[in-house]
Design a protein. Sequence first.
Lengths: 72, 72
Amino acid sequence: MPVHEFKVEMTCGGCAASVERVLEKLGDKVDKININVEDRTVTVTSNLSPDELMEQIRKTGKTVTYVGVKKE
Amino acid sequence: MPVHEFKVEMTCGGCAASVERVLEKLGDKVDKININVEDRTVTVTSNLSPDELMEQIRKTGKTVTYVGVKKE
């Protein structure tokens, strides 16, 4: 399953928790979520398209950019 | 127009900006937005129902509770 990487404008643990909760609403469609506030990086393991994932993250009101599929 | 008060789990300026952006998506349906991160208070001047406003704020992934209509 692809691991999609995004840059999300996060500045505290509360920001990270918000992003995580919004992604968790996708349920089974998302396999793994990894968030690093310092790097402002969110990786999502999912078969959903980058656009679908970006749309979901954007609901938080945070600026999101797509980096690409993460290389192992 | 009623001023609805909510408590929203916010811990930094980024959290506040997210809540503001999500409420601004309601456009003309919202007249004024006031956010105080320290008090975790969000007040919204709008004819929308508390439930509609709460639903919108909840999109951020943050915990929200409704306080009531603010007395002037």
